[in-house]
Design a protein around this ligand. Structure first.
Ligand code: C5P
Length: 243
């Protein structure tokens, strides 16, 4: 029985009230959704893997001084996080053409981009997360110009770090989505990386075979999602050979 107060339930995660003020518990579910949740499945073990992979990445980001919401993992499916005021943007960073960029601009999937591209989408399910520009973000007050600068700087730093981290284990970081929030410490505020980093929100391709090790396995009915996520966790050294 879970008697904790539920603060928010998303497609793949639940947020509960934390043990202390200013903290929350982030719980990873096994649900997988795609295409505006029109496609939905429960994939046994996905939440456990994402909790571990996200912990590993956030701990590394904390270690290199990137401000994040992550405090520590609590158990198989849950982590303790700092409460932040979520900025209603999905920030996508792309290194290689794939997914919606490949479709929208007619660029062949797999084409290396001339430089990393950062895109903003307004987080709104009813509107299907439309792409927005800095003009929209400041005009509608979702973030200030200074906050956009801080978000871009964080996105570039995270991309550089994660690209290297995955390169070291034979994986190409094609693109990823991140979210940011305002982290208040007294009356001081800074922008911190929030939400999760997992193969649900990144495109990860094996360097040699170009095999997809991410949620495209589900979106494109390729099968083998848990095996792919397990492979990512193994290569990062999170799981032992026998796990
Ligand atoms: O679909 P698209 O190509 O725009 O996705 C870019 C990246 O952002 C992918 O890694 C995808 O997994 C991630 N993404 C996400 N949540 C969304 C949209 C995209 O995690 N709502």
């Amino acid at each position: 029985m879970n008697r904790r107060r539920r603060i928010y339930e998303g497609k793949a995660k639940v947020l509960y009230e934390g043990p202390e003020p200013g903290t929350l518990i982030q719980h990873f579910k096994d649900d997988a959704t795609a295409f505006d949740a029109k496609k939905h499945e429960v994939i046994d073990g996905k939440g456990v893997l994402n909790n571990r992979i996200s912990e590993y990445i956030f701990q590394n980001l904390n270690d290199i001084g990137v401000p994040t919401h992550f405090i520590r993992r609590l158990n198989m499916r849950e982590q303790l996080i700092r409460e932040v005021e979520i900025i209603p943007l999905e920030i996508c960073v792309r290194n290689v053409a794939a997914g919606s960029l490949a479709t929208r601009l007619g660029i062949e999937e797999g084409t290396q981009l001339p430089r990393s591209i950062i895109e903003f989408y307004y987080k709104n399910d009813e509107l299907h997360d439309p792409m927005v520009s800095e003009e929209h973000i400041t005009a509608f007050g979702w973030a200030s110009p200074q906050e956009i600068d801080d978000i871009m700087a964080l996105a570039i730093r995270v991309n550089d770090f994660l690209t290297g981290l995955f390169l070291g284990v034979g994986i190409r970081l094609v693109d990823f989505k991140m979210e940011c929030g305002r982290l208040w410490e007294g009356d001081m505020m800074r922008i911190a990386v929030a939400d999760e980093f997992s193969p649900d929100s990144c495109r990860l391709w094996d360097m040699k075979s170009n095999d997809k090790l991410d949620k495209d396995r589900f979106r494109r009915d390729l099968g083998g999602l848990v095996e792919a996520y397990t492979e990512v966790a193994r290569r990062l050294g999170i799981l032992q050979e026998n796990e």
